[in-house]
Design a protein around this ligand. Structure first.
Ligand code: SAM
Length: 287
């Protein structure tokens, strides 16, 4: 006999090629995420799990349900949570966070006291990346004698991921990359053993749902740091470049764009200069 969870992970049936093509195209058009033939079983398993909950037995009927009307739009939101990879960590790529810290330190030295810093975590998942940027900023400003404010914008396509990010409560095992001193400064331990981000840091964060395919409509500009890692890897190459070009327009002159190493080979932009550190893939905007 199979256990309940093993049963839940069984696809209902093999998808036909036409069904796979429809689902693949829908996901790519709406979110940019490409499900390659190798990840077909991933798609089947996750669609099946949701279809079981709804009592729908074939992929084509469920497809019609998702693309039609207001109920379809609601169902799409629920489905997207299952089809997006939301794996993340605090200080996931340490070198990139060090590059942000170095950049902010220099910026603060050359900035007047009344100024403010704006940072953006693009595809923040359950928040660890955004909170890591907040900790870097708070640390830089704590060590500077100037009174400079900072704010972090954190966006994602997944409502569920954003809910977790806003809750800002993490299991201690998730804090393994955060130095003890910083855990003590920026988290409080709750009665249930979970760690909660302190309110003085939490008030610096603003979470919002944003599909990066819709950047053109987003009123985001003048960012000092844009951090976009492990999101574009699921997109086609031409799409990655197009999104990066749009992100450049959201940077303040002199601002820094940090991408995941290896996520965009050979991309250049006339307004950007690469950061001379081969451990990171980062650029600063000229001017
Ligand atoms: C693997 S996580 C990366 C999280 C974090 N940036 C990191 O590096 O640890 C990818 C995130 O991108 C989000 N995502 C995927 N497609 C997106 C889109 N079109 N617009 C905005 N966010 C998207 C997913 O919901 C997910 O939370």
């Amino acid at each position: 006999m199979q256990s309940g969870s093993a049963w839940a992970l069984q696809p209902l049936a093999e998808m036909t090629t036409a069904e796979f093509n429809d689902w693949q195209a829908l996901l790519e058009t709406r979110s940019g995420i490409v499900v390659s033939e190798q990840r077909r079983s991933f798609l089947q398993v996750h669609l099946s799990a949701r279809m079981r909950e709804l009592g729908v037995s074939d992929y084509a009927s469920y497809y019609q349900q998702v693309i039609n009307g207001p109920c379809g739009a609601v169902e799409w939101v629920a489905l997207l949570d299952r089809l997006t990879v939301q794996e993340t960590q605090f200080f996931r790529h340490a070198e990139s966070f060090q590059a942000v810290t170095d950049f902010l330190t220099k910026k603060v030295q050359s900035t007047q006291s009344t100024a403010s810093l704006s940072l953006w975590s693009v595809g923040c998942a359950s928040g660890e990346e955004a909170w890591s940027l907040a900790i870097c900023s708070a640390e830089v400003l704590r060590q500077a004698s100037k009174k400079i404010e900072f704010g972090i914008t954190a966006t994602d396509i997944s409502h569920n991921a954003l809910r977790k990010a806003r809750r800002a409560t993490y299991d201690p095992r998730r804090l393994k990359n955060v130095p003890t001193e910083l855990v003590e400064r920026y988290f409080t331990i709750q009665a249930d053993g979970m760690y909660q981000v302190v309110s003085t840091l939490a008030e610096r964060l603003c979470f919002a749902r944003l599909n990066i395919l819709e950047l053109a409509q987003a009123p985001i500009f003048g960012m000092d740091v844009i951090f976009c890692q492990n999101v574009l890897i699921y997109f086609r190459r031409w799409q990655r470049r197009e999104i990066l070009n749009r992100l450049v327009a959201c940077l303040a002159p002199g601002g820094m764009l940090v991408v995941g190493v290896g996520e965009v080979a050979g991309w250049q932009h006339p307004d950007l200069e690469p950061v001379a550190d081969e451990r990171v893939l980062a650029f600063t905007r000229k001017g």
